[in-house]
Write a protein that binds this ligand. Sequence first.
Ligand SMILES: *Cc1c(COP(=O)(O)O)cnc(C)c1O
Length: 388
Amino acid sequence: MSKGRLTGLVHAGREGAGSGTRPVNPPVMRASTVVFDTMADWRSTRQRRDTEQVLSYGARGTHTTFALENALTELEGGYRTKLYSTGLAAAGMVLLACLRPGDHLLITDSVYQPVRALCHELLTPMGIACEFYAADGHDLAARLRDNTRMIYAEVPGSLLNEMVDLSQLSALARSAGAWLAVDNTWASGWLFNPLAHGADISILAVTKYIAGHSDVMMGAAVCNERAYPVVARMAEAMGQTVSPDDAALALRGLRTLPTRMDQHARHAMAVATWLQSRPEVGRVFYPALTDDPGHALWQRDFRGANGLLSFELKGHSPSSRDDFIDRLSLFGIGASWGGFESLVIPVDVATARSVQAWPHLGPCVRLHIGLEDPEDLIRDLAQALERS
Ligand SMILES: *Cc1c(COP(=O)(O)O)cnc(C)c1O
């Protein structure tokens, strides 16, 4: 029987009917050492563990982490998944897995800022040429080189939510014989699936909407069949593993991802359209808005939106923007997002972009719209704007 995506997500990673009396959720299985009855068992497990999910050693995973890997693989339509301590670790480990000294990396100008820092801190000193391309990808073809080994994308981009045509990127990557890795945290596997558009690897900060409750750090790389052995080898070489308790929390969060995402998106749309009506507000960066420059692409490729939006404050200095943020009472000042609560941070576009300078953009603010009443959030924003 073919299943819908909601049904699939409820069942993903769980033992099916016929497997006996069982709890609804995969139990937490903690282990470092795994013991074997015979040397034959030990040897056959060692042979099988690179291609099968078998208990061999705690760092290689237990039934709890296997269940989460399988659920994320199903969510993203991948071949197999590796888990990491954070979303940033997932991105870093994918880069290290696929790139070697002498290679050229094309990376989006809209990349999550700590990944940009990783390029400067580690990849460039290692002899990997890191070159940034415009967030909308228009200059990408011209930047390809013979040694381009990977195109790294984010859609929509961090902070300003720029859209890029991933099908075009994957055609370029294929013609260049390069990997295409996509940070899919914005869609969190529910709203968009990069592998279906030709990507090799989808990187997820599970920390955000999948775990969904601001109390778990985790990352994942969902791979196609070509990328998995390469990604898995580096993860294992670098001792990457996650706690089964965290995996159980992430699995719990995953079950309600569509319901939460839908509410985040509805509330964010209410806030975004209200912001657009305000004279104190300049541009609003939210691809679900019909006049957003990325709207047509977003509508073509995505199934919905989330709670993240940024906007420009007109006539503000960075310090008066701080005053505006300080006047908000329902928005926590905090990084990360994807939990149930509303958050705010200032966006420093000058340090976040190197290809597109955005010379005329005033001070910007990023909101994560949580599950609160949108009317309350709007009232809070209104009083903060009115006094600015
Ligand atoms: C937060 C984030 C990450 C990193 O996730 P952590 O778990 O916080 O390390 C990576 N990519 C994007 C787009 C993010 O927003």
